[in-house]
Design a binder for this molecule. Structure first.
Ligand code: 4AD
Ligand code: MG
Length: 504
């Protein structure tokens, strides 16, 4: 019996096992918010309906005490989930005291240190449930489309995505790397099975703390034989829209719990604009407008608005603090004003962040040098102008991986594609059409200073029935972060591994 199914048991006696998420006492009554992993329900322990011992126990339950209860399910619209349970029996498995995560605000480092416990809180629960729906939808999409799921090795002798962020390990005395991507193996599997996808952990030694980078993340990598860059973009679009639709259909409760504004998720079901690198650069630099908006101008306007709002909020804080300083205010009113001031101060911090960021974005947009890769700020600048993901393709070959095919009509460009998520999130998919010519690949391997002997097996694929093929990689955590509109990728995975964090 799980709380999520409680509606089926209206008017019936049930047994629930779970943890105390909150407790509130009033005369002769103890209100327990019980969570069992599937949901949350208020249980009412009434002194007149329990033994003295049971009622005393109910009054001593600390946060996260583990209990079993029996009780009657009663409809009550005002309650979370629309039901409450009138307790008829209570058994305590463990009393707890001093649960470290109390209601009050904690700093992110503290919460990350307590990640093993933090996962129990509502918001984290909702994010992980959405992650689960996304994972399931990913498998569902590819399985329905006839892709075979295959697994690439994690120990590998090949650097797929450059040598700057490899984790090296000792493989029986020889160096081996933790896989940065399953792609090269995916290409071999696509030549054997036509359409495949891998879905496994991948590793990048990113020695900097950013909102977008993990050292260990999960990547979905389809690879398709007889597919070009444009067909690849078709697949990226329908795949991502399938996942978004699933989340909208199945996760309303969770999206509401985390206060996710869903408008952009809905407009993301419309076709994704496809821009060449050249078009994207012109937009970033403000040389080309999008839907009547200019990148630089709109940032300048926004900075102006932020500054105005900042002044307004500062004034409101001062006003409320002045009121609080006058003696004689009622307790309720003091609480109300204090809470309001705390919220406003939090919002001020967000505005301060915007005041720091926007000038940097303006500067990097103005100074963007044609031919460079897009950095985080450039991605932010361009994606803010769209209410849906965009795909940028045909990149200067120098900034992309060795394995990408050149555009036959203009070989300066490699046929890579990045999907950039809106709302400032930036790249969540990287992929492209693969080079099919053995000789051209050899040249690129030398140019990238990679050890040829480690790639001989990969070059075999171009000797024995080479065909046009393409694929992409989606970072699961980046997708969860965007769909949940999280500030930082670390909340999108149960136990994040990143620079400076190995525990818990
Ligand atoms: O763009 P990337 O490096 O592309 C590849 O690895 C290709 N071999 C994929 C392919 O074509 N099969 O990485 C793909 C995606 C990124 O768009 C991003 O979503 C995610 O992987 N990613 C990371 N996510 C979290 N932390 C990191 N350090 C990430 N690095 C890449
Ligand atoms: Mg990339």
């Amino acid at each position: 019996m799980y709380i999520k199914d409680i509606a089926q048991f209206e008017g019936k006696e049930i047994e629930l096992k779970g943890w105390v998420a909150n407790r509130r006492d009033s005369k002769g009554l103890v209100f327990i918010n019980l969570r069992d992993g599937s949901g949350l329900v208020q249980c009412i322990a009434d002194q007149s309906k329990l033994t003295e011992d049971e009622f005393n126990c109910a009054g001593k339950l600390g946060l996260e005490s583990s209990i079993e209860i029996n009780g009657l399910v009663v409809k009550d619209e005002r309650q979370i989930g629309g039901f409450e349970v009138q307790v008829s029996a209570l058994k305590v498995l463990q009393f707890t005291e001093d649960y470290p995560i109390a209601k009050k605000e904690h700093g992110i480092d503290f919460l990350m240190d307590k990640r093993h416990l933090w996962l129990r809180s509502q918001r984290q629960w909702a994010i992980m449930k959405i992650r689960n729906t996304i994972t399931f939808a990913i498998h569902e999409f590819f399985q329905k489309e006839g892709f075979i799921q295959m697994d690439a090795p994690i120990f590998t002798g090949n650097a797929c995505e450059g040598t700057s962020n490899l984790f090296e390990t000792d493989f029986y005395g020889d160096p081996a790397y933790l896989s940065q991507s399953g792609q090269l193996y995916g290409e071999a599997m696509a030549m054997a099975f036509g359409k495949i996808y891998t879905f496994g952990p991948t590793f990048r030694a990113e020695k900097s703390k950013t909102r977008r980078h993990l050292s260990e993340f999960w990547m979905i990598e389809p690879e398709i034989a007889f597919c070009d860059i444009h067909q690849n973009m078709d697949i990226i679009e329908s795949f991502l829209q399938y996942v978004i639709k699933k989340v909208l259909a199945d996760c309303q409760h969770e999206l509401n719990l985390i206060d996710r504004d869903q408008s952009v998720l809905k407009t993301s079901l419309e076709p994704f604009p496809r821009l060449t690198y050249d078009e994207a650069v012109a937009i970033i630099k403000g040389e080309k407008d999008v839907n009547g908006q200019n990148s630089i101008k709109s940032l300048e306007d926004e900075l102006e608005q932020v500054n105005q709002q900042y002044q307004k909020m500062e004034a409101e804080i001062a006003e409320r603090e002045a009121k609080l300083a006058i003696p004689g205010m009622k307790k309720g009113e003091i609480n109300f004003n204090q809470n309001k001031v705390a919220t406003l101060k939090q919002e001020l911090k967000d505005l301060e962040e915007a005041q720091r960021n926007i000038p940097q974005w303006i500067a990097s947009a103005k100074n963007f040098e044609y031919g460079n890769d897009l950095g985080g700020s450039d991605e932010t600048v361009i994606t803010r102008l769209f209410d849906k993901p965009i795909m940028v393709y045909d990149w200067p070959h120098e900034v992309k991986a060795f394995y990408l095919k050149r555009n036959p009509e203009s070989p300066r460009f490699a046929r890579g594609v990045d999907l950039l998520a809106p709302e400032g999130y930036g790249e969540i998919v990287g992929g492209g059409e693969r080079e099919t010519d053995e000789q051209k690949l050899r040249e690129k391997i030398i140019e990238h200073d990679l050890p040829m002997e480690a790639f001989e097996w990969y070059l075999d694929l171009r000797k024995y029935g080479t065909v046009p093929h393409a694929g992409f990689g989606l970072g699961l955590e980046r997708l969860v972060t965007w769909l949940c509109k999280l500030k930082h990728v670390r909340e999108s995975i149960p136990f994040p591994r990143m620079y400076g964090r190995l525990l818990p």
